[in-house]
Design a binder for this molecule. Structure first.
Ligand SMILES: [Zn+2]
Length: 244
């Protein structure tokens, strides 16, 4: 139970006890008479509420039961002393029965809440353990290549930026590139396929090429690597596509 629930339950417990005391000790003529419920049923209901609030206030169920039944006994005794009310064993039995019901129901509710909280906490712990194991097995997971961010990290233009401006076709072979041509293995590392797009440089960076738009082209990874291996194959026999 959260602290706030506990405090509200205690306040309610005190208020209910006061209401029960007032109803028990008023002269019979001052009682609201026509509630449509039998006297004994009122006893059961009132003490069920007291028992339940006792448990919800954080008391052990046995102490809550003892306190509430003792309270009922004390009020019946006071009634016996008052003269205009009377001590009735039947009332006390109804009080005890109500208290038992209230305590049982509240205990059950508390247990359910506790169990679901435990289950949640446990599954959280399992998840954390899994992630820790995963990290231990593959410490570079967070650094693993992310096809979306790989270029941006080095300050280079990303293929997304180039594709947005120039379209998503490979400038070398003229067919479309496949942004979904990659897979992530069990250790979280990305493996890019040969049809995955990449940024190709008309003049290679090693040869003084720049990040200027006019030097950027989108290409399949395998087309770009074929061109790197043999620059003469620049456009595979087709005139290079031009972009403005
Ligand atoms: Zn291509």
């Amino acid at each position: 139970m959260t602290a706030r629930v506990l405090v509200s339950a205690r306040i309610l417990w005190g208020m209910s006890a006061a209401v029960v005391a007032v109803l028990s000790l008023l002269p019979p003529d001052d009682l609201p008479s026509d509630l449509g419920l039998s006297d004994k049923l009122l006893h059961v209901l009132g003490y069920a509420v007291l028992g339940a609030l006792g448990v919800l206030s954080g008391a052990r169920w046995s102490w809550a039961l003892l306190a509430v039944v003792g309270y009922g006994f004390a009020l019946e005794g006071a009634q016996g002393l008052l003269g205009y009310r009377s001590f009735e064993w039947a009332d006390l039995v109804a009080d005890a029965a109500g208290a038992v019901v209230g305590v049982l129901v509240a205990s059950r509710v508390m247990r359910e809440v506790q169990q679901s909280r435990d289950a949640r906490r446990q599954s959280q712990k399992r998840q954390e353990r899994r992630e820790r194991r995963e990290r231990a097995r593959n410490p570079n997971k967070d650094k693993a290549m992310n096809p979306v961010k790989a270029g941006a990290k080095r300050g280079a233009p990303t293929w997304q930026q180039v594709a947005k401006r120039q379209g998503s076709k490979c400038w070398l072979c003229g067919t479309r590139t496949y942004a979904d041509d990659h897979r992530r293995d069990a250790s979280g590392t990305d493996h890019l396929g040969k049809c995955f797009p990449c940024v190709d440089y008309v003049v290679a960076l090693e040869s003084g090429g720049t990040y200027a738009e006019s030097n950027l082209r989108l290409a399949h990874r395998h087309c770009a690597s074929a061109r790197r291996a043999n620059p003469a194959l620049t456009t595979f026999g087709r005139p290079p596509r031009t972009y403005t």
